[in-house]
Design a protein around this ligand. Structure first.
Ligand code: AGP
Length: 601
């Protein structure tokens, strides 16, 4: 998705803006641009393509000034062309602005503005905002932005500079994140923390409809009716180095290798001398999860944990479905929204719906200060550190871990889980990072497998119960980074249709973590083998001997408590996706058509 960066201070800003945009590259984009207040004029450089092209443009024709804004655009309205790239300007070029989000009523506003004589040069919804603000501007930008907000429908994070107010950088948000970084004698603006983290770790997170006016010496925040607000700054604990590759070929690889520490850090945060801390206040009769993509898959594992350990009803819901489905109020039920970024539009909307239905709500996120974090009273944090690769790996693993701890806490409170069993799981969790290291070291066979299978047309991942949830995540990971078509299936469901896709040599991976379901899943694997499939079984060492009798290939992970096996088994699946993407020459950290945080519906 699009990224925003802004600066006002005493330094030349072109390099600061370009550096910020480079740090936002991971979000996915197809054009980029900057606008700088140069002398008395706003000047723009923008182009389709990568930041490197924008850098070339800016170096050939540099901008000099101490206030500016920058943007990476992920095309929604209009092709990724030079003209559609942000910043956009009004007719006279007095104003330049960048925008994340979508203006839903842009067609109607465009017609209206065209009738007023505005000449549009791009196909974007964003250009409408520039002309609109210009038409409302009567010498007070704060007022013009406030009035423009009354016309705009949709979601936006906006940063605006204007020739008539050369000492102020304006920004406003509705449904799309914006963070203000506070330096000494200089202020920064960004859609994401990593863009400005090298400059400051003290951040203000804007709420919906708040307008911030950044000046060199400070920031003023106003609500929608113009009253001054005093939001408290957050101090970000991780530093810029945590959001850099640190010698690894890709962020995805680095983040996978960081998983043992991430699991250790998350465990330490929720345990102490007294054992497991309370995860959520009180106990619930039912707890559902709402999330998207990988976070939804973590929620499916969480629902399994809650049923197993706390004996309570639990289900995971896709947030974009949940927000439009008919719900029945359940006052004794809780809803936990799961999101790495804490900014996913569908997840935030689903949470609002659950709250409106009277359900108790809480959040699980990796991003302190995110919209999700700020919109609930209780947040469970994962301590994975910044996740930059579009493909979520360490955030998923720590989400699953935190949901396990949550289920243990609920089970302890309602008597379903004995203190002895709880202590046993905690002990094994303590030893898990070491076992994870062991799995992560064994990359060569996976690499060889990928080299030999990079031209497959289709792959299957099958499993039963919680293993089906793991199969879904394994398939999503492989699809998103390698673009290899694959299907995740409940093992027993395959013969009801999808088995027709199996041809000679089609790879089928069976995920087996549950002893009691091993024979059932192996029998489904046998069914595929009988139709020509090349079968692989992923299981703990104890199951290896039996698996070898059925599968062409067996990949094992160290034995562990069955509840912890999902955390180990997912590692070879992530590595499979990564090495397949490398073998196929994909842009691993920035897969096509994807964005790190999906802030539009
Ligand atoms: C993960 O690999 C995906 N890129 C994607 O499915 C992601 O998990 C989803 O968009 C939800 O993001 P969130 O956790 O930030 O809400």
């Amino acid at each position: 998705m699009c990224g925003i960066v802004g600066y006002i201070g005493n330094r030349e800003c072109q390099e600061i803006l370009l550096d910020g945009l480079r740090r936002l590259e991971y979000r996915g984009y197809d054009s980029a641009g900057i606008a700088v207040m140069q002398g008395e004029r706003v000047q723009v450089r923008k182009c389709a393509g990568r930041i490197a092209q924008l850098e070339g443009l800016a170096r050939r024709n540099p901008l000099s000034g101490k206030m500016g804004i920058g943007h990476t655009r992920w095309a929604t309205h209009g092709e990724p062309t030079d003209l559609n790239a942000h910043p956009h300007q009004d007719v006279k070029g007095n104003i330049a602005l960048v925008h994340n989000g979508i203006i839903e009523n842009h067609g109607m506003l465009r017609n209206y503005l065209e009738k007023q004589g505005c000449r549009f040069v791009s196909q974007t919804d964003t250009e409408v905002i520039a002309h609109l603000i210009h038409s409302l501007y009567k010498g007070d930008m704060l007022q013009a932005i406030r009035e423009a907000m009354g016309f705009l429908e949709g979601s936006y994070a906006l940063a605006v500079i204007c020739e008539s107010e050369p000492d102020s950088l304006y920004c406003v948000r509705l449904g799309s994140p914006l963070v203000v970084g506070m330096g000494a004698g200089e202020m920064f603006l960004a859609s994401d923390i990593p863009a400005i983290l090298p400059h400051t770790r003290d951040m203000l997170f804007l709420e919906d409809k708040e307008i911030a006016v950044l000046r060199r010496d400070g920031v003023r925040v106003y609500d929608a009716v113009g009253a001054i607000r005093h939001p408290s700054p957050y101090h970000i604990s991780w530093d810029a180095a945590a959001a850099e590759k640190g010698g690894y070929a890709h962020f995805m690889l680095k983040e996978m290798m960081e998983q043992p520490q991430a699991v250790q850090g998350t465990l330490s945060a929720y345990t102490g001398k007294e054992g497991l801390r309370e995860m959520l206040p009180g106990k619930v009769e039912r707890l559902d999860f709402i999330a998207c993509g990988t976070a939804y898959h973590a929620g499916r594992v969480g629902a399994y944990y809650l049923r197993q350990l706390a004996g309570i009803e639990s289900a995971a819901h896709i947030a974009s479905e949940y927000r439009y489905c008919r719900l029945f109020p359940q006052t004794d039920a809780g809803v936990l929204a799961i999101s790495q970024s804490g900014e996913t539009a569908d997840t935030l909307a689903a949470l609002q719906k659950a709250r409106a239905m009277g359900m108790q709500t809480a959040a699980l996120t990796n991003t302190v200060g995110s919209t999700l974090d700020r919109s609930v009273k209780t947040t469970l944090l994962t301590y994975a550190g910044p996740e930059i690769a579009v493909a979520s790996t360490k955030a998923y693993i720590t989400q699953v871990e935190t949901l396990l701890l949550l289920a243990m806490d609920q089970g302890r409170k309602n008597g379903a889980l004995s203190g002895e069993r709880l202590g046993d799981i905690l002990n094994q969790l303590g030893r898990l990072p070491e076992k994870m290291e062991e799995v992560l070291k064994k990359q060569t066979p996976i690499q060889h497998y990928c080299d030999g299978h990079m031209n497959e047309k289709l792959m299957f991942f099958i499993g039963r119960g919680v293993d089906y949830a793991l199969a879904m995540e394994a398939a999503l990971k492989l699809k998103e980074v390698s673009y290899l078509p694959c299907e995740a299936y409940a093992a027993g469901e395959l013969k009801h249709g999808a088995i027709a896709l199996i041809e000679q040599g089609t790879p089928v991976f069976a995920i087996c973590t549950q002893e009691e379901l091993l024979e059932k899943t192996l029998s489904n694997l046998r069914e595929t083998k009988a139709r020509g499939a090349e079968t692989v079984c992923i299981c703990p060492e104890t199951m290896e001997k039996r698996a070898r009798q059925e599968a062409d290939l067996v990949w094992t992970v160290p034995d562990s408590d069955p509840l912890l096996l999902p955390l180990l088994i997912m590692l070879p699946m992530q590595l499979l996706a990564y090495h397949m993407a490398v073998a196929k020459g994909r842009d691993v950290d920035k897969p096509r058509n994807l964005a790190k945080s999906v802030t539009v519906e």
